[in-house]
Ligand binder design. Structure first.
Ligand code: E4P
Ligand code: PEP
Ligand code: MN
Length: 455
C-alpha cells in the first residue's frame, strides 16, 4: 500500500483490510465453548495499552537487516511454552541471565553484535499434533498453552477458557516490565558479566564462562584506564517474540501506529509463524503479511524453494531488509540434504531473508517411558549442518533459535553432564517441549562461538 492510499483510508477501512484473514482457514485454533466470552475477552484486550511500541519493532527490523548482511548474529531463545505460574521474578531473571550469558559468549566468538530476542512475554499458545490427549483411558482436549487452557489433566482445566487471553496479556505485561527493568536498569551492564553467572550450580561450562568474564573485565578496565567512554555498555537491547498462533489474542493487540498509519501487532516485537500454520493460503500468513513487525517463518524438511519464494512474495513483497526471517528446523539427519537447495533457490531469486536455525524442533524423540526429549548431540549436529550448508552455498548463517531455560532441569539428553533416560525423570518441568538447561545452553553457546570464529 503506498503512502497516498494509506492517508485516504480510515481506521475502519484499514482494519477491514486486515480482517480478510477471517475468510481463510486458521489452523490450530481452540474450540472455545462460549463465543460470547471470547468476544468479551477480545473487547477487553482491545482497550489495553500496547505491550511494545512500533518504533521498537522498527529498530529490531534494522538490527535483523544487519544480521541478514552478516554484520550481526541473532540469538532467539526461551521456553517452548511459558506458563503463568513460572512468570516469577526469579525465573524470569534466570532466563534473561542465561540469554545474556549466551550472548556474551557468542559476541566474543563472533566479534559481532548479538541481537537478543526472548521467546518471552507472550509465548503462551501451542500448536499440537493431536487435538486430544488420552491418559489411562480418559480423553480430554490437548493442552494448547496457558493462553487457552490449563495443563492439569482435568476436564475443567483442559476446557478452553477465553478469560486466559486477558490473563496472558497481563502476565506478558509484567514479564516485559521486569525484562525492561533488568536490561535497562543496570543489571545488563557488561560490568555485571560476572554477576550473571551467580546463583547457578557450579559446573565446567559456567567455569569456562567465568574465565571469559574475567577477560572481558580486564578489557573493560583497560578501556577505563585509557579513558574510553563505554557508557553504551550499561544497557542492552532486548526484544521479545512469540509464535503468533492464537489470532483471537493477536487481533485485539494489533494497532495503527499514530506516526505512520501502519499496522503493528503490539503483542511482541517479532512474531513468527509455526511449521504447522505456514500455509500460503492460510489465515496466519495473510494476517502477519499485513503488520509491520519483523516476521519469522519456520521451515521444516518438507519446505520447497517454491514454498519459500511464495512466502517471500506474500510477506516481504518489497524485499525489505530485516522484514523476513526464515527459521529452518530440518532435523540433524536431513539438514545437509535439504537446506543447501533451499538456500540456493532463494539466493537465485535475488531475495535476502535472514536465515537462522532452530536445531530443536526437527530432533524430537519420545522415550519408552513417555518423555518428550531431544539429544544434545542431535541439536549440535543440526547446528553444524546449518553452518556447513551456508558455507557450501555462500549464504549467511544469521542466528539461532533455541528452547532454553535458566533452570537446572533435566529435559534434553546428553550434554557434558550426560543426562540419560533415567535422569530425565529427576527434574522434567516443561509442559510441552524439552529445553536446554542452563549448563547445556552455555555449552551450546561455546560451540556455536567456535563455528562463528571459523566463519
Ligand atoms: O513446540 C512445539 C511442539 O513441538 C508442538 O507443539 C507439537 O507438540 P506435540 O507433538 O507434543 O503436540
Ligand atoms: C511449535 C514450535 O515450532 P515448530 O512450529 O517449528 O514446530 C515451537 O517453536 O515451539
Ligand atoms: Mn517447542
Amino acid at each position: 500500500m503506498n503512502a497516498v492510499s494509506k492517508q485516504t483510508l480510515s481506521a475502519q477501512q484499514i482494519f477491514e483490510q486486515l480482517d480478510t484473514y477471517r475468510l481463510l482457514e486458521a489452523k490450530q485454533q481452540p474450540s472455545w465453548p462460549d463465543a460470547r466470552a471470547v468476544e468479551a475477552a477480545k473487547q477487553e484486550l482491545s482497550t489495553q495499552p500496547p505491550l511494545v511500541f512500533a518504533g521498537e519493532a522498527d529498530q529490531l527490523r534494522e538490527r535483523l537487516a544487519a544480521a541478514a548482511r552478516g554484520e550481526a548474529f541473532l540469538l532467539q531463545g526461551g521456553d517452548c511454552a511459558e506458563t503463568f505460574e513460572a512468570a516469577t521474578a526469579d525465573r524470569i531473571r534466570d532466563r534473561v541471565k542465561t540469554l545474556l550469558q549466551m550472548a556474551v559468549v557468542l559476541t566474543y566468538g563472533a566479534s559481532m553484535p548479538v541481537i537478543k530476542v526472548g521467546r518471552m512475554a507472550g509465548q503462551f499458545a501451542k500448536p499440537r499434533s493431536s487435538d486430544n490427549e488420552t491418559r489411562e483411558g480418559v480423553t480430554l482436549p490437548a493442552y494448547r498453552g496457558d493462553l487457552v487452557n490449563g495443563y492439569e489433566f482435568t476436564e475443567q482445566s483442559r476446557t478452553p477458557d477465553p478469560s486466559r487471553l486477558v490473563q496472558g496479556y497481563h502476565v506478558s505485561a509484567s514479564t516485559l516490565n521486569l525484562i525492561r527493568a533488568f536490561t535497562q536498569g543496570g543489571f545488563a551492564d557488561l560490568r555485571q558479566v560476572h554477576a550473571w553467572n551467580q546463583g547457578f550450580v557450579s559446573n565446567p561450562a559456567n567455569r569456562r564462562y567465568e574465565a571469559l568474564a574475567a577477560e572481558i573485565d580486564r578489557a573493560l578496565r583497560f578501556m577505563d584506564a585509557c579513558g574510553v567512554d563505554h557508557t553504551a555498555l550499561t544497557q542492552t537491547e532486548f526484544y521479545v517474540s512469540h509464535e503468533a498462533l492464537l489470532l483471537d489474542y493477536e487481533r485485539p493487540l494489533t494497532r495503527i501506529d499514530s506516526r505512520t498509519g501502519n499496522l503493528y501487532d503490539t503483542s511482541g516485537h517479532m512474531l513468527w509463524i509455526g511449521e504447522r500454520t505456514r500455509d500460503i493460503d492460510g489465515a496466519h500468513v495473510d494476517y502477519l503479511s499485513k503488520v509491520r513487525n519483523p516476521i519469522g517463518v519456520k521451515l521444516g524438511p518438507t519446505a520447497t524453494v517454491d514454498d519459500a519464494l511464495r512466502l517471500i512474495d506474500k510477506i516481504d513483497p518489497e524485499r525489505e531488509p530485516g522484514r523476513l526471517t526464515f527459521i529452518t528446523r530440518m532435523g540433524a539427519g536431513k539438514i545437509r540434504d535439504v537446506l543447501p537447495g533451499l538456500l540456493a533457490g532463494v539466493r537465485d531469486s535475488g531475495a535476502q531473508p535472514l536465515w537462522i536455525t532452530d536445531p530443536m524442533h526437527g530432533n524430537g524423540i519420545t522415550t519408552a517411558t513417555g518423555y518428550k526429549t531431544r539429544r544434545f548431540d542431535d541439536v549440535m549436529n543440526e547446528l553444524l549442518g546449518f553452518f556447513e550448508a551456508h558455507r557450501e552455498v555462500g549464504t549467511i548463517p544469521g542466528g539461532i533459535h533455541v528452547e532454553v531455560t535458566g533452570d537446572d532441569v533435566t529435559e534434553v539428553l546428553g550434554g557434558a553432564e550426560n543426562i540419560d533416560e533415567e535422569a530425565l525423570a529427576t527434574r522434567y518441568e516443561s509442559v510441552v517441549d524439552p529445553r536446554l538447561n542452563h549448563r547445556q545452553s552455555l555449552e551450546l553457546a561455546f560451540q556455536v562461538a567456535e563455528e562463528l570464529k571459523r566463519a
